[in-house]
Design a protein around this ligand. Structure first.
Ligand code: WTA
Length: 632
């Protein structure tokens, strides 16, 4: 791709151009792709509805750009290297030719089962190549994929399937994660009791777990694939046709379906992949994120494949069979670029250097982090022990809603500073505002992070409810996209994200809504009400602190807490299990019945004095009781 920035001066020039004339800037980037019909206007936008359109009337199919376009020169190059959970199982590779054929074949399976352009298809699978194949097969036929992370449980899955009225679910009998296997198909069965939109379920055999196949609904992947060939023309998609929905947590209990469209997302993920990581042809690139999260969508599947890269996909977890697994995989596949989450770095740091020492790690050239702020200590550990002080670290800030990386160093080009995401990428115009929305200018300032001009991969809507998109992101501050993050701009104009300023918590890099966790806790028959807040956690970044009111006094509080944890795992997933549960008689509420989370947050953080104004509380004495029983 001809869009690679190679020096800091060039970055500055490109940035300048992108701000002075965004249309010309992005049109030049988009020119590098294969369009079935060229756009006739680059951009139309307002942030008041919001309504953003890029590359208007352009026609394309993103899979032709990910696959077909590379067949001539790179057909035999590895597109995907897949490393299984168990190191004794053989790894798999798929060349571009093979991946293209598999995607076309599975696209035909989808068509055979009635799927067509615009249908929503839910994908709930383990990290196996068939997951990437399923995603691309949906895009091939113009069906909108909605991938749900395999760590979510049946209620979260059901909510997501229901919200998008999916007609088809693609899953597996089970998935391996470390020493465990997770019975995905039976979770799907439970979820589907609540979702009658689903007509077909296609099941991949992975773990050989026994499953019940419902006649007329459930089909085996391996049977279906026998019935088709690998010839499947790519559906013609408009630039603004929806490519996928990805659910993210919000301040209410109901997850939001973030919608991305085809053309802008393609241009932006490819451009940012190439520039941030400084990908060289032939490099082996490894992003450890699950495809169930946006990082997996943009920087495991789409971005790398659009650039003709070799992308490594890992089924397992960093600590299985031991805490050296990441480093073992890097040496085994000679990984050049490694992209992971601060939580993983911190947890491996805590296991000690003995797990790192056996490995050379000399293939590494670039390191990256994503998903949460990285503290300086973890940054230094990563830099010294993994990068051997010679690999630049790209601390990439972005969101499900932004589609791609927004603020980040360009590897080896932007001077880094530990725990700073540094500077905006070309095309990105960040501003900091105060609570009233006044722009805070100059350096050495702190405020709420907003973006004032659209970029090609910006969220288009929240599925089925455009008003919610407006309210969540565009209503707080007029004519600005609000990120929900607090941010500092230092004396050099470098950005440092300080964390969320709303009711969502980043636990191990996973965004979880407190209301969604509360709903899961309240499923326990003995709990009448609960309130969840975050507290700083050494490894996970943030932990989950739950205050719960039981219906009646139970003497076996340990048992009750255990049951609450099991309830959350069952309804929402193990990722949302509370770390601390405090049983209380009441919650601090205003006279109008609103829980004052500010007070609970302070108590969870261990700050008992200085709780701020409590005079508006209905019953200030509950605060004393909560303080006394607070869990350290
Ligand atoms: C946080 C993940 C600090 C931030 C790609 C953001 C970060 C939220 C960073 C989005 C970073 C992401 N430094 N914080 N480099 N990257 N975040 O939607 O709070 O899962 O708003 O997308 O993660 O999380 P999401």
């Amino acid at each position: 791709m001809p869009n690679r920035i190679t020096s800091f001066d060039e970055y500055k020039r490109e940035y300048q151009r992108s701000v002075e004339n965004p249309e010309a800037f992005w049109a030049a980037k988009a020119d590098a792709f294969q369009w079935k019909q060229k756009w006739d206007k680059v951009l139309e936008w307002n942030f008041t509805e919001p309504d953003v359109k890029w590359f208007l009337n352009g026609k394309l199919n993103i899979t032709e750009n990910c696959l077909d376009r590379h067949l001539k020169d790179k057909g035999d190059q590895q597109a995907i290297i897949w490393e299984p959970n168990n190191p004794d199982e053989k790894f798999r590779t798929l060349t571009y030719k093979e991946l293209h054929a598999e995607v076309c074949r599975f696209a035909n399976v989808l068509k055979n089962n009635g799927a067509k352009k615009g249908d929503r298809i839910c994908i709930y699978m383990p990290m196996v190549p068939e997951l990437a194949i399923a995603v691309l097969a949906c895009a091939r036929i113009g069906a909108i994929h909605s991938v749900v992370f395999g760590g979510f449980s049946f209620q979260s899955l059901a909510d997501r399937i229901h919200d998008a009225s999916c007609s088809l679910v693609i899953t597996a009998d089970g998935g391996f994660r470390g020493a465990k296997d997770i019975a995905l198909k039976s979770i799907v069965d439970e979820a589907l009791l609540q979702c009658d939109s689903v007509k077909k379920v296609i099941v991949l055999k992975r773990t050989n777990t026994a499953v019940i196949m419902k006649p007329d609904r459930d089909l085996w992947w391996h049977d279906e694939i026998q019935k088709v060939n690998d010839d499947c023309a790519a559906e013609v998609m408009d630039s603004e046709d929806e490519l996928f929905i990805l659910y993210t947590s919000g301040s209410t209990g109901k997850p939001k379906g973030v919608v991305h469209s085809s053309g802008g997302y393609m241009v932006y993920t490819a451009y940012t992949f190439e520039n941030v990581f400084q990908y060289n042809q032939g490099d082996v690139y490894w992003c450890t994120a699950d495809i169930g999260w946006v990082t997996g969508h943009s920087y495991l599947v789409y971005g790398p494949l659009l650039c003709g890269a070799t992308t490594l996909m890992f089924e397992g977890i960093p600590t299985f069979p031991d805490a050296g697994r990441f480093w073992n995989v890097i040496d085994k596949h000679k990984v050049n670029i490694f992209y992971t989450a601060p939580t993983a770095i911190r947890s491996l740091e805590a296991m000690g250097l003995d797990f790192v020492k056996p490995y050379k790690l000399n293939s590494l050239r670039v390191l990256g982090t994503v998903g949460e702020p990285i503290n300086e200590e973890a940054w230094q550990w990563y830099h010294k022990n993994i990068g051997k002080e010679k690999c630049p670290i790209v601390d990439t800030w972005w969101q499900t809603e932004t589609g791609g990386i927004m603020i980040s160093p360009l590897a080896g080009i932007t001077k880094t500073k530990p725990s700073f995401a540094t500077l905006p990428l070309p095309g990105i115009q960040p501003v900091l505002v105060d609570e009233k929305g006044n722009e805070i200018v100059g350096n050495n300032v702190e405020g709420r992070l907003c973006i004032k001009f659209p970029w090609p991969a910006i969220i288009r809507t929240t599925y089925g409810n455009h008003q919610r998109c407006f309210e969540n992101y565009f209503s707080q501050f007029k004519n600005l996209y609000f990120t929900g993050d607090g941010c500092r701009r230092d004396e050099d104009g470098y950005y440092r994200i300080t964390g969320r300023v709303d009711d969502v918590i980043k636990v191990s890099g996973h965004l979880l809504g407190t209301a969604e966790i509360e709903n899961a806790i309240n499923e326990h028959p003995d709990i009448v009400e609960s309130a969840v807040v975050g507290f700083p956690h050494d490894i996970k970044g943030w932990g989950i602190y739950a205050f719960v009111i039981p219906e009646h006094q139970r003497s076996d509080t340990d048992q009750l807490k255990k049951e609450i944890i099991e309830t959350v795992s069952k309804y929402m997933g193990a990722i949302a299990k509370p770390d601390k549960i405090q049983i209380v008689k009441g919650l601090p509420k205003t006279r109008s019945g609103k829980i004052m989370r500010r007070i609970l947050r302070k108590i969870a953080e261990g700050e008992m004095s200085n709780l701020g104004d409590t005079s508006t509380l209905l019953d200030p004495s509950v605060v004393e009781e909560i303080k006394t029983g607070a869990i350290k």
